[in-house]
Design a protein around this ligand. Sequence first.
Ligand code: C5P
Length: 288
Amino acid sequence: MNLLARAKINLMLEVLGKRQDGYHELMMIMQSVDIYDKIELEYDDEPSIRLECNWTEIADSQNLAYRAAQLFFKEIKTEGGCIIRIEKHIPMQAGLAGGSTDAAAVLLGLNELLDARLSTERLQQMANQLGSDVAFCLFGGTKLAQGRGEQLTALENLDLSLLIIKPSENISTKAVFDLLEPQDYSDGSSTRSFIQALKKQDRNQVFGRMVNHLYPKSLRFAPTMQSIITQLENDFGCQKAMMSGSGSTVFGIFDSASAREAAYEYFAKRYEKVFKTRTHPHSITMTR
Ligand code: C5P
């Protein structure tokens, strides 16, 4: 079984408040992008899970893909095991849900490979046990995500041309959320007006509404994001530039192919991880 597991960006991220369980109540617009990890899944009679990865430092039992397989075998009460081979391309600790999308791919892939026929609802419940973004990664596309991030509503697909830049600083999502204070909370009105603008197909209004309320806190961990965003918007004529998730990835939306190319030429010389890509209507693609 071969899978492509795509990354996501956040076109919007609002924090509504802190919950009793320690998580934050969110309102986000999540969007799949065509940057992917390649995953190969193989069934194994031996009741053990083996994980191989080109980034050896994450090839261990703490990897979310490994934990997804563990959870899957527990759920179907089967003694079997599997081999997971991940060719990683999505940067880590980047706000791109790289670990979450690999986990989602393992859940969907094992369900198919073992013909286990677990319902979408059960897969979603398992996804939620693994992390807040995993449920989105089961589906992908353009979605409103609420609650911890697991309550999903489909929106009209957006087709956007993007430049994605990951500065060298890595950011822990938990560290950013821990810095939030009550004055950072909002009421979700920006997200609601984003959705209205999307319904009207008014791209300029859509871009005008986009905001990420984690940005001021994340900036403390990766101050270079500020100059990247300013340069993308002021020097390279991109429609909108902002941070994804809790950072440190920054993305720019371009209308003009030549403007994006000029920005790519500039940033690829200065940062190691720069991607020319597009939005994508799905997260996971499977082939036997
Ligand atoms: O759910 P996940 O493990 O991806 O979340 C990582 C961390 O981000 C959590 O431990 C929590 O500190 C923070 N978080 C949060 N509220 C959310 C999602 C994540 O506070 N809705």
